[in-house]
Design a protein around this ligand. Structure first.
Ligand SMILES: [Zn+2]
Length: 404
């Protein structure tokens, strides 16, 4: 039997059965036509396999390809000057009033041409692949005008044909209020609902709609209006919820059937209860808490309540300037006390749920052959040996797309 790619004698193959992490020691794995066709103990490999390509993996473990389910990858400029000011004690609000923060990046991103943004995005996506990412979500939200939001979403679309990984696209027009609308915020919500969302939906420029629901940014009622419009136009929902202050964002996600509620640093007991009774995935972004020196979301409480947890980088220039999802796994272990098995599940199986994908995020016969080989003795070693990149090979749709 012809096999496109055969991985032999991996130290461990990590997969999930009924949501629980399982391993096969000294495992082999076969894929053909882009899907996993067989995996199991090396000694059980069928004799009749005739692989076109074989990868000896005796110094590696195999995990499902990592999924970064929340990023802001397409932006211009950087904000290391604000980083330094914040270390000296400047607050988020002070920086914002000086024209910094999201608006700083908005100005740089508006100024950048499509070609410039595409080149920036391409370099970053290559970097993401080198960290083991096989599927990534990217949001707009640094344009904040009709033309600039569309420009970012079109750049995201053009990046799809330039990299071998999958990109999910999210419209985040409600990221912050642009300066032109300071005096009439309802007009900006109107622009989002009456012009941007219908155009984006009609031209299939985004799969998800997101908003920054936060005190002094967008209220629950404003978010609900954006969400109702998005839903009406067939977009799925994600939310920056309960990050700096609790405004009931988690409850809104449960009420409106969002795919994920992200951040949740300040989620209330009621919010946990609401998520537990829903199908919403909690998308935790502990890199932000680490970088901003702020409280972490109560991950263990949420796990105890039965809420599926995804972990993502939230790669952005203000609160988490890293693409290293392996480092985020370490932060989740040390700062939120998640177990290594829980963090592996949060960047694979549950991250796939946070993007509503059911053919990735696991190693299973018939699923897409998206996986990553890490140079490690076992999966616990990845978060344990922190701030390293353990990647050796990355496989997408059954093809090797990266070798370290
Ligand atoms: Zn974000």
């Amino acid at each position: 039997m012809k096999i496109d790619l055969l991985i032999t004698n991996a130290k461990q193959i990590v997969f999930f059965e009924n949501d629980q992490l399982r391993t096969i020691e000294n495992g082999s794995l076969a894929c053909s036509s882009g899907v996993i066709t067989w995996f199991g103990p090396a000694e059980a490999k069928p004799e009749e396999f005739e692989p076109v390509e074989t990868l000896k993996a005796s110094d590696c473990i195999v995990l499902p390809g990592l999924i970064d389910s929340h990023t802001h990858t397409v932006f211009a400029g950087s904000r290391e000057d604000e980083f330094e000011l914040k270390l000296k004690g400047a607050t988020y609000q002070e920086i914002a009033t000086r024209g910094g923060g999201i608006k700083n990046t908005m100005r740089a991103t508006r100024k950048a041409t499509r070609d410039e943004l595409t080149a920036i995005g391409l370099e970053r996506l290559r970097n993401a692949i080198a960290f083991g990412i096989t599927t990534i979500e990217i949001k707009s939200g640094y344009g904040l005008s009709f033309d600039d939001e569309i420009k970012i979403l079109e750049v995201i679309r053009s990046l799809r044909s330039l990299v071998p990984i999958d990109i999910a696209s999210t419209f985040l027009g409600a990221h912050t209020l642009p300066p032109e609308f300071f005096e009439n915020r309802q007009d900006y919500i109107g622009l989002i609902c009456e012009k941007m969302i219908p155009y984006i939906a009609e031209n299939k420029l985004a799969e998800f709609c997101d908003a920054f629901c936060e005190a002094n940014v967008f209220s629950i009622d404003e978010t609900r209006r954006v969400f109702e419009t998005a839903k009406h136009h067939g977009l799925k929902l994600k939310l920056h919820a309960d990050q700096l202050t609790n405004s009931g964002g988690a409850e809104l996600c449960a009420e409106m059937g969002a795919v994920s509620a992200d951040h949740l640093e300040t989620i209330s007991e009621r919010g946990i209860d609401a998520l537990a009774k829903s199908n919403v995935v909690a998308g935790l972004l502990p890199g932000c808490s680490f970088f901003l020196r702020m409280q972490y979301p109560p991950a263990l409480k949420m796990i105890e309540a039965g809420i599926p947890i995804a972990l993502a980088t939230d790669f952005n220039p203000g609160s988490c300037m890293t693409q290293n999802l392996q480092m985020i796994m370490s932060i989740a272990c040390t700062q939120m006390r998640m177990s290594p098995a829980e963090v592996v599940r949060a960047v694979t199986l549950h991250a796939a749920r946070a993007l509503e994908r059911n053919d990735i995020g696991n190693i299973k016969t018939g699923m897409k052959a998206d996986f990553a080989l890490f140079r490690a003795p076992n999966y616990q070693f990845i978060p344990y040996n922190f701030a390293q990149n353990h990647i050796r090979h990355v496989v997408k749709n059954g093809k090797i797309i990266f070798n370290a």
